[in-house]
Design a protein around this ligand. Structure first.
Ligand code: AMP
Length: 189
């Protein structure tokens, strides 16, 4: 099972993605986590990524695609994976599709968590201080970047009939029940 999670900052995407990955027993792959780890190690890739992340901008497609594809070539991803925060651009989505097609696989489901902006801002401000990119100016930019660069993916995945829009409001358990409902509805081959 290959599942992609999309959602604006504060949508609960990370929490739900971790939970679903556990439930399905597939690796949880977060490009944000990978880039933060590289930043902490101060590797050349990490230093480059940090210059984008710290301002709430997307890291370059080529850089992120390389990091992600080399990770999904690891043996633990043979049975599927849950992608959290990747793809974030059409170019990344195309690179992912191309790679999966080469190994006879495809994305089974794209979950997009939908949460009104007022709720998103409230949620992010209440976790302020935990992340370097959680300050007011950067948050604002991350929203804009999501609207401008990531929401075009909706159309891409709607055309493929893979997109499930999930109401991301309510408790974590309520949202998870909706996410599971979407996964259970994936047609079995
Ligand atoms: P996240 O933890 O998913 O919110 O990601 C944190 C930051 O890492 C983002 O604001 C971007 O700067 C960078 N990042 C994570 N995933 C990607 C991606 N797929 N493409 C480009 N940049 C990314």
């Amino acid at each position: 099972m290959h599942i992609v999670f999309m959602g604006p900052p504060g949508s609960g995407k990370g929490t739900q993605a971790v939970r679903l990955a556990k439930h399905l027993q597939v690796p949880h792959l977060s490009t944000g986590d990978m880039l933060r780890a590289a930043k902490q190690q101060e590797s050349p890739l990490g230093v480059e990524a940090a210059s984008y992340m710290d301002h709430g901008n997307l890291a370059p497609d080529d850089l992120v695609v390389e990091v992600l594809i080399s990770r999904i070539q690891q043996p633990d991803c043979a049975g599927g994976m849950l992608l959290d925060g990747f793809p974030r651009t059409i170019k990344q989505a195309m690179a992912l599709d191309e790679h999966l097609a080469q190994i006879g696989k495809h994305v089974d489901l794209v979950v997009e968590l939908e949460v009104p902006e007022s709720v998103l801002i409230e949620r992010i401000m209440s976790r302020q201080g935990n992340r370097a990119d959680d300050n007011r100016a950067t948050i604002h930019n991350r929203f804009e970047v999501y609207q401008r660069q990531t929401t075009p993916l909706r159309g891409y995945y709607v055309n493929q009939r893979r997109l499930a829009k999930i109401d991301g409001t309510g408790s974590m358990d309520e949202v998870f029940a909706r996410v599971r409902g979407a996964v259970d509805a994936i047609p079995q081959k």
